[in-house]
Design a protein around this ligand. Structure first.
Ligand code: GLU
Length: 390
């Protein structure tokens, strides 16, 4: 076992004894889940999947489908059109609340059922089958393998889904969804019934972490901006009415589902997923929350923690006939620009006056326009034999 997998196994064993909560019972088929199942997986930038516990056990994706179907709607219609149908505000209410804006009937956000039914209704296709196929194709690309529906869970949910049906009728009455209510709601039930394992969820989370590129298959699944938009909404709305406290304690965009799955995203670092069917009063898996919280702590993943790398782009020095060259690599953000200039100032003081010093910025992987403006501005104050090559 490699050291990271060992660390995951250690965290898993620490969390295993927690036995509070119970599997969801309002969808009868979910109540039959083995409450002791427990799994944890992490996927990094090179697409290496590390997983422990019941990592091959399959369960229905439930609400964790919501961010991916949101991604589909965003790709298809753009942010403004989607925001015309569904908001981006945390509701502070349970997942199945009738959280609709008073006049427009727009649901609070796409992570609660009302908003998810509205986003699912934006998926193109004339019937349930075509829409489900579109959704399954996209989610399969996120997971890097073919996903399909658990028919028993789908039937169970459809037979007992009157509240979701009622929400869909309300949405239809406000003109938030077009087309037949049945098509919208049955498509939504089928998307929730797609089967995944914790490994799938970690890869799906990693695809969001790496700007929409699946790190296992190398495929670009959605655009970088769409991935960012989805993560933004997950940050404020992904954990039902526990979203604020989750951001405080764990600091990662995340989404949970009532079958006990949970995925979290450390942008540019990891996709993480956990699974355990026993839920707390918010509908979040008790042990999955504990696993991801422990991982965030140990890997230092809280988003709002200061990160050195943002402030220190890679710099390598070379000397040639034309003088010294400082080559910049990696990503240049605002703080990095300031740091480069501080280093250059020190360096230029140690060099004989007039010996050219070239800063080669041509190999930067990514430069933010504001950072470049800051860097150019700072160059104005450096001796005139220090050059910036862009
Ligand atoms: N299919 C479930 C429902 O609509 C999803 C709920 C969830 O995972 O939050 O009730």
């Amino acid at each position: 076992m490699d050291p990271i997998t060992e660390l995951l196994a250690e965290v898993l064993e620490e969390i295993r004894p927690i036995d509070s909560g119970a599997p969801a019972a309002y969808i009868p088929e979910l109540a039959t889940a083995d409450p002791d199942l427990l799994a944890f997986a992490v996927v990094g930038p090179r697409g290496r999947v590390r997983s422990v516990g019941d990592d091959r056990a399959e369960f229905t994706i439930q609400s964790i489908s919501k961010p991916f179907v949101l991604a589909l709607a965003l790709e298809e219609h753009g942010l403004d059109a989607v925001l015309g149908r569904v908001g981006a505000e945390p509701s502070g209410e349970p997942f199945n609340a009738i959280s609709l804006e008073p006049i427009t009937g727009r649901p609070a956000n796409p992570m609660i059922n009302a908003g998810a039914i509205a986003t699912s209704a934006l998926v193109p296709g004339d019937d349930v089958e075509l829409r489900t196929a579109r959704i399954a194709d996209l989610l399969s690309a996120f997971a890097g393998r073919s996903l399909w529906v658990d028919e028993a869970v789908y039937s169970s949910e459809s037979l007992t889904g009157e509240r979701n049906r009622a929400l869909a009728h309300l949405l239809k009455s406000h003109g938030v969804i077009d087309g037949p209510v049945d098509v919208a709601v049955e498509t939504y039930f089928r998307q929730c019934s797609l089967l995944v394992s914790v490994r799938d969820l970690a890869i799906m989370a990693a695809t969001l972490a790496f700007g929409g590129v699946n790190p296992v298959t190398g495929e670009r699944v959605v655009g970088e901006r769409v991935a960012r938009d989805v993560l933004s909404i997950m940050s404020s709305c992904g954990m039902y009415d526990f979203s604020g406290e989750w951001l405080l304690r764990v600091g990662l965009p995340a989404k949970s589902g009532v079958s006990g799955g949970l995925m979290a995203v450390a942008p540019s670092q990891f996709g993480v997923a956990a699974f355990s069917p026993r839920l707390d009063q918010h509908g979040n898996s008790v042990r999955a929350v504990a696993l991801v919280e422990a991982a965030s702590e140990r890997f230092g993943m809280h988003l709002l923690e200061p990160h050195e790398s943002v402030a220190s782009p890679a710099m390598t020095m070379h000397g040639d006939d034309a003088g010294r060259v400082v080559r910049l690599g990696g990503e240049l953000g605002y703080a990095g620009a300031e740091r480069i200039v501080a280093v250059l100032r020190e360096l230029s003081e140690g060099l004989p006056a007039g010996e050219p010093l070239t800063v080669d910025a041509r190999e930067l992987g990514r430069t933010h326009p504001g950072a470049l403006i800051a860097l150019r501005g700072e160059f104005a104050d450096l001796p005139d034999w220090v050059w910036l090559k862009e």
